[in-house]
Design a protein around this ligand. Sequence first.
Ligand code: ADP
Ligand code: MG
Length: 194
Amino acid sequence: MDKDSIRKALKKKREEVQPTMKEAISQKICQRIACRPEYREAVKVAFYYPWKGEVSLIDLATQALKEGKEVFFPRVMGETLVFCPVKTLKELSPGYRGIPEPTSSPADPGEIGLLLVPGVAFDWEGYRLGMGGGFYDRALGTLKQYQTSLGVAYNFQLVESLPRNWWDKKVDVIVTENTIITPSTSWNLKRRIQ
Ligand code: ADP
Ligand code: MG
């Protein structure tokens, strides 16, 4: 199947998840991420605002702020996603396509320790299908060896293998309500060579 067909089918499925189910699964995923070393060790964490049925990490972001982590949210600037710090989620206000965005100055992308990445689908190797804008491909492309990316999805969004173009980027870890995928040893290797 081509990207567009997979995108269409899985976007539909994601939007059809009932609110109570979405809430329950999101809670579970928040807890799972909170236990991960990539999250525990990160001081500066970039979240995303849940859109079109995406898993909600809002509770985790609230918790992260309470714990004293530095929390960032993405803002669309032209073709680029910039990540801006927030002290409270009340700072987010509708921006690109009505998605709540921060208004503060963008951080240096090299500062982010952990990038939490939404997706329409992920495959077993860590490749990702997004909404079609390529925004996270560009953002992931700027990450350095010491920065970690974690894909967040419902279990039904996992597929064996996605079509990929030269610009598609992998994430280091994928967390769903049922499983955790570390597609390669890249994350461990990264840590070992730090
Ligand atoms: P998504 O990742 O959101 O599913 P695609 O992978 O289909 O979307 O990419 C959408 C568009 O973004 C493509 O037309 C591609 O040319 C562009 N794009 C993505 N990453 C880059 C990049 N690093 N440099 C240039 N163009 C890019
Ligand atoms: Mg892509």
